[in-house]
Design a protein around this ligand. Sequence first.
Ligand SMILES: [Zn+2]
Length: 213
Amino acid sequence: LPSGEDQNLEIQGSVTVCNIDTQGSQEENDFDDKHFYCETCRKQYIDQCDVHGPPLFTYDSPTPVGVPQRALLTLPQGLVIGRSTTSGAGLGVFNQGQIVPLGMHFGPFDGELSSMEQALESAYSWMICRGSDQYDYIHAERDTHSNWMRYVVCSRNENEQNLVAIQQGGRVLFRCCRVIYPGQELKVWYAEEYAQSLSTIWDKIWDKKCTSI
Ligand SMILES: [Zn+2]
């Protein structure tokens, strides 16, 4: 990514700071994804931020797995699918509800467990680290077996990023890292610490995701 304005560097910086704040050497041997991160305090926490309380969550609309167009039906209240503002990207997800505040979490990303080979062929794949050199691959190829998050487009630059993808508790979540106003499109990039927990396969998967648009 090209460097952006100060404000955006701050967001990148917050991710880095968060890394430094972690438990240090223990984390290298003992994989640990139980922390949340407060965007305002720029500190990690487990159950709740001392200042801002427990993490904010916007949950999917409950929809049974396997029903036609399940991914669309799982859209949380206030979010809609529309034509992405990224040219050539096809569909995207827009906020048509209330302002999405900093620190709001969406997810988890829903899909099917797949092999590494399948994951590499799909533009809808994510990885989950299960321990040192142990990964699960999930893809959202089938809209009957995935959720709305498959439609969120990658941000092309730091200026438009408003979601950061993280792994927490063995799942992929999107956290709001910039307030999303009504009418704005959701755009995601991954957290540095997320990529650091993964192998180089991740770079290939992300490339696929971004170049397929
Ligand atoms: Zn806080």
